[in-house]
Design a binder for this molecule. Sequence first.
Ligand SMILES: [Zn+2]
Length: 283
Amino acid sequence: MDIVLLGPPGAGKGTQAKRLEDKYGLVQLSTGDMLRAAVASGSELGGKVRAIMDAGELVPDDLVIQLISERIARPDARKGFILDGFPRTTKQAEALDKMLADKGLKLDHVIEMKVDDAQLVDRISGRFTCATCGAGYHDRNHKPKVEGVCDRCGSHQFVRRPDDNAETVKKRLAAYHSQTAPILPYYRAKGLLQSVDGMAGINDVTAALSRILDGGAARPAPSPAGAVVRPAKRAAKPAARASARTKSKPARAKAKPVRKPAPKARPKRAKKRPIKRRSKTKV
Ligand SMILES: [Zn+2]
């Protein structure tokens, strides 16, 4: 399943892409990460990329396409990918389609995370974090209980990211809209474009995305946040997630067989060990 996720900076694309990656076994492809990884790998292509970046120029589309092409040929991408941050122009979209077609692939979904610009500016520009423990706060929605004191660790030091100010956020949004506007009709004409309400809660957004990926919502109905329903909710639970991935047996079948009657004093069964995360940028 091959997906393009569109949305302005701050819409939560990274967070959602990560969740979809885990849930559907896809790999998230961020062009920035791929470019850095290529340079770090010292490959021939990486050398080209480095020369271009050192010269302060934009990496040309065909190189980016080539990077994507190589990346998706790797075994961990066999179930598909989520592209985030690319394409940004119609030309790139066409080049991507062509590269995929040459491999016998095609995009399955292009999903736009819609945001309310004013709300997003408000959300991002109020953020600050504890310099000591990293706890996140917000000027309006989530202040420390005692002003100037971190709830979690008691620190008095807070930091703001310099680009989390209203002016910068507005500029990023304007850039996003002017760049992306042309590719929306391109994908709409192909019947690929759907949208979700990016301003809904994180879990609601994941649910809406999952519905699209599961083939449920055929219509891009901008539904109220409340309209999030059962299937997605269920899918968010780890058991269902595991079974969706392996597909072979219902999660429940696992629980019943081998259990011996346990002696009373037996301590609770150890929790499943957390699955190790694949490292992202290894080349
Ligand atoms: Zn703190």
